[in-house]
Write a protein of this length. Structure first.
Length: 506
C-alpha cells in the first residue's frame, strides 16, 4: 500500500514536537549491509539524520531499501517517503529482483508515502508537517526520504533550507526515528545540510580507462570512529556488498604462535636448506621465471600441511581447481581427496578486473571458517596488474600479509620474474621485502640443457643454507638434489647477482 500526501491527516502542532527523551542514550542501528557497519564504525546512531549523496545509478535507492528491509526483519517499522515523480509501483518493481525484498512487509511494516505533491503545493513547511504527521501516526524507527534534491530546489533561500533541516533534526531526534536523506551528488559545492546532518556519505564510481568500479566514502559521521577514505562495493542479487579497504582497518590482535615450530615442504633436502622449515605464521615469497616450479612447490607445501592434519587454502588466478588438482596428482602430490572432502579449499579468481579487497575478504573469511593454518597466494603479479588503483597495491598486500601473520597463518606468495631481463629491477624485489623468507628459483644453462635451480636467499627467523641446489620434477614427485651441476659450461640467467644483492639488503 502507498499513501499520497493529500489523504494523510496532519495535526496542527506536528512540525515542532517536544523532545521526549533528551537524556536517553542513543542506541546503535545496524544497517545489515555486509561491510557497511564496519565502514561506519559500528552503524548509525538512532535518531540521527544522514545524507546519502551519489550520481544517478550509484545505488542510493538500493542501499537505503536494503537497510530498510533489514530493520523490518528486526521487527521495526520503516517509512519510505518519496519526492520524485516515479510511481511507487515502479520503484517496488525494481526492488523485487533483489533477495532482501519482502513483499509481505510492504504496507504492513514498510510504508511508502509520496510527498511530491505536498511539497509542490505547500513548500517546505507543508512537507515538514506531512513528515511529522506520518511519523506520529506510523511510529517508524527508520525514515527514508528519497529525492531530497526537490527539497533543495523548493527552498527559497539557504536560510529556509537550514531551518527545515534544523526542525527535521529536532523532530526525528525527539521521536528516535533514524533518517536517511537521498540526494544527487553535489560535487565540491557546499550545501547547508552538509553541516547540519549527523553523517555525510558519498557513493561514486571510479574509472580507469574503460574500467569502472563503485566506491563509497564516509565524509562525516558524528559519534563514530569510521574508516577514512574510499572503499569498494558492488551490487549483487542480494543488494550492496561492501569491502572495507584492508589497509584502513585496525591491525589484528596477534594470535598465539610457536616461533620454535618449523613447517616444511615434506622434501627432506629442501627442508634441510631451510633449517628444518619456515617458522609458524611466517610469510615466504617464491620468485622465479615461468615454468620453473613455483606453483608445484606451493602445492607440495600444502600437501605437507595436509599430511600433518592441517587445513589449507589456495588462492590462485590462472588455473581452475580441477586443472590445479590434476596438475598436482600428475607429479604425485596427493591433493584430490583433501579437495573433495574440504580439507583443502581452492579459491580461483581469473586475473581480469579484480576487486582486491573482495578477494582478500573472501580469503580471510575462508581461513577463519575452515580453521586453515596454511595459505598460498599464487601469482601476485596477476593480482596486482589486474587490480584497479594499482598505486595502493603495496600497502594493500602489506596489510593482507600482516593480518595473516597475526593470525599465525603460514603464507606462501609466488612472484614471477622475467626470463631474460634483469630481475634486480623487478617489482618482485619490493614484494619480497614484505615477507620474512625468500626462496629463489631459476634456470641454469648447462651443456646438457636447462636445469631448475633453487636457493634460500633470506630467512629472518632461523639459520639457513644458501647453497645452490637442483630442483627435480618428475611423475614420481619433487626432489631437491644435493650439489649443483658444476659443469664448466654452466651459465646462469642474467641478473641473479643483482637480485641477491637487492633482496639481502631487506
Amino acid at each position: 500500500m502507498t499513501t499520497d500526501a493529500s489523504n494523510t491527516p496532519r495535526p496542527s502542532n506536528a512540525a515542532m514536537p517536544t523532545a521526549a527523551r533528551p537524556n536517553a542514550a542513543r542506541r546503535n542501528v545496524e544497517t545489515g549491509v555486509p561491510g557497511f557497519d564496519e565502514i561506519l564504525g559500528g552503524g548509525l546512531v538512532s535518531g540521527g539524520v544522514y545524507l546519502l549523496e551519489g550520481m544517478a545509478g550509484a545505488g542510493k535507492t538500493i542501499l537505503s531499501s536494503q537497510i530498510g528491509f533489514h530493520r523490518v526483519r528486526q521487527g521495526e517499522k520503516v517509512l519510505y517517503m518519496t519526492l520524485i515523480a516515479e510511481s511507487h509501483d515502479k520503484l517496488l518493481g525494481h526492488l523485487k529482483g533483489l533477495s532482501f525484498f519482502d513483499e509481505t512487509a510492504v504496507a504492513q511494516q514498510m510504508l511508502f508515502v509520496s510527498g511530491y505533491h505536498e511539497l509542490m503545493r505547500d513548500g517546505l513547511d507543508g512537507f515538514l508537517k506531512l513528515i511529522a504527521s506520518s511519523i506520529y501516526d506510523y511510529r517508524p524507527s527508520l525514515m527514508i526520504i528519497d529525492g531530497f534534491r526537490s527539497a533543495r530546489e523548493f527552498s527559497e533561500t539557504e536560510l529556509s533550507l537550514s531551518k527545515f533541516i534544523h526542525e527535521l533534526n529536532a523532530l526525528v531526534a525527539a521521536l528516535d526515528c533514524t533518517t536517511l536523506l537521498l540526494a544527487p551528488l553535489s560535487g565540491n559545492e557546499p550545501h547547508p545540510e552538509h553541516t547540519l546532518v549527523d553523517g555525510l556519505i558519498e557513493l561514486n564510481r571510479y574509472h580507469d580507462g574503460m574500467r569502472r568500479a563503485r566506491e563509497i566514502e564516509v565524509h562525516k559521521m558524528r559519534a563514530r570512529d569510521h574508516l577514512m577514505g574510499k572503499h569498494f562495493f558492488r551490487i549483487a542479487g542480494s543488494g550492496l556488498l561492501m569491502f572495507p579497504r584492508l589497509e584502513a582497518q585496525c591491525a589484528a590482535q596477534p594470535g598465539p604462535v610457536d616461533l620454535k615450530a618449523r613447517l616444511g615442504f615434506g622434501l627432506p633436502h629442501l627442508d634441510n636448506l631451510l633449517g628444518g622449515g619456515f617458522a609458524q605464521g611466517s610469510t615466504t615469497t617464491l620468485i622465479g621465471p615461468s615454468g620453473v616450479g613455483k606453483t608445484l612447490l606451493c602445492l607440495q607445501f600444502l600437501a605437507a600441511g595436509l599430511a600433518r592434519g592441517e587445513r589449507c587454502v589456495y588462492v590462485g588466478f590462472y588455473e581452475g581447481p580441477q586443472r590445479l588438482v590434476g596438475k598436482a596428482e600428475a607429479v604425485s602430490i596427493p591433493l584430490a581427496e583433501a579437495w573433495q572432502d574440504g580439507r583443502l579449499t581452492v579459491l580461483w579468481q581469473p586475473a581480469i578486473e579484480l576487486a582486491v579487497d573482495e578477494i582478500a575478504a573472501n580469503a580471510l573469511a575462508t581461513v577463519k571458517q575452515t580453521g586453515a593454518t596454511r595459505i598460498v597466494i599464487d601469482g601476485v603479479e596477476g593480482f596486482r596488474d589486474s587490480a584497479l588503483r594499482t598505486e595502493r597495491f603495496g600497502l594493500f598486500l602489506n596489510a593482507l600479509l600482516h593480518q595473516l601473520r597475526e593470525a599465525a597463518i603460514s603464507t606462501l606468495v609466488t612472484e614471477e620474474l622475467p626470463l631474460y631481463s634483469d630481475p634486480g629491477h623487478s617489482r618482485a624485489v619490493r614484494v619480497s621485502a614484505l615477507t620474512e623468507n625468500l626462496v629463489l628459483l631459476r634456470y641454469a644453462e648447462t651443456e646438457g640443457g636447462l636445469r631448475r635451480m633453487i636457493s634460500v636467499v633470506k630467512q629472518r627467523e632461523s639459520a639457513h643454507d644458501t647453497s645452490l641446489r637442483e630442483l627435480s620434477i618428475s611423475s614420481q614427485g619433487l626432489d631437491v638434489i644435493e650439489g649443483s651441476p658444476g659443469a664448466a659450461g654452466t651459465q646462469s640467467m642474467p641478473g641473479l647477482s643483482a637480485t641477491l644483492q637487492a633482496t639481502r639488503k631487506t
